[in-house]
Design a protein around this ligand. Structure first.
Ligand SMILES: [Zn+2]
Length: 272
């Protein structure tokens, strides 16, 4: 019995170290996502040149480019020109670390973890760019649709048809919403970017996931929109981008989607 307890303790220690590794890996990837968030909307290369200060354009030395830590050590200012570094950078790095940790906890060290992490990383980049510029870059969403369908069937183990229908119905659904809105108001409500994004998300999770993703993103979007109207005490002057809510709902779907689908489709047995 003592032996078994000791083995369990060793396994637990290894698991904690692996989780720390996953979080650390996430923070490093987050640092790269910051580069993507900054450069993709400007149509600049995400590979070269190396990271530089947006203020003085000086290349950031590697020792000042450590995720999260460098921001704290430099107290949020560039070493060479002293201009303020946006706190968005370390926030993205912490968020990516958490995403990696949670997905590792769910899938362990596997292809499913790797592919899911890439998928959510793309969603995080989309979210920040959509908040900042009110656009979802085609550079991510267009190749993202076939890649999501491929990943869904080849790695995540979903039937090809489910993934394909997910992309078609996801995109089609928002296309109809956009067309309807335009017919009634002659204004563009839902952007083409949202249509492509939901096609990508539906492709990744399969058509069954769309019930939860559409419901959760609409509820979250409506609540935040309402809060903004109340705070500004007036009409919604600028539209709230929908991409962040679709992305958030997609991330949540990893953890509650199964339960929701089992309840929805009246599967046998205890859904929990
Ligand atoms: Zn600088």
């Amino acid at each position: 019995m003592i032996m078994r307890g000791a083995t369990a303790a060793v396994i637990e220690t290894y698991y904690i170290i692996a989780c720390a590794g996953a979080a650390l890996f996430g923070a490093v990837v987050g640092s790269f996502l910051n580069v993507c968030i900054y450069r993709v909307p400007l149509r600049e290369s995400i590979v070269t040149p190396r990271s530089f200060c947006p203020s003085c354009r000086k290349t950031i030395p590697l020792y000042d480019n450590i995720p999260i830590l460098s921001y704290l050590l430099l107290r949020g200012a560039c070493r060479s020109c002293g201009s303020r570094i946006s706190p968005v950078y370390p926030v993205i790095e912490v968020a990516t670390a958490l995403i990696s940790l949670l997905l590792f906890h769910k899938y362990g060290l596997s292809w499913k973890y790797g592919i899911s992490f890439i998928f959510v990383s793309a969603l995080l980049v989309v979210t920040v760019i959509d908040i900042r510029y009110q656009i979802i870059p085609d550079a991510i969403s267009i190749p993202g649709i076939p890649l999501a369908v491929l990943a869904s069937a080849a790695v995540m183990g979903r039937p090809w048809l489910d993934a394909l229908l997910g992309a078609l119905i996801g995109g089609g659904l928002l296309f109809l919403v956009a067309a309807g809105y335009w017919l009634f108001t002659r204004r563009e409500g839902m952007g083409g970017g949202d249509i492509k994004l939901l096609a990508m998300i539906g492709g990744f999770f399969g058509w069954q996931s769309l019930f939860f993703i559409v419901l959760a993103s609409s509820v979250a979007g409506a609540l935040v929109g309402l809060a903004i109207i109340l705070m500004k005490k007036g009409s919604l002057k600028y539209a709230v981008p929908f991409g962040p809510f679709l992305s958030l709902a997609a991330f949540l779907n990893f953890f509650v989607g199964d339960v929701f689908e089992r309840l929805l489709f009246f599967h046998q047995g205890n859904p929990w």
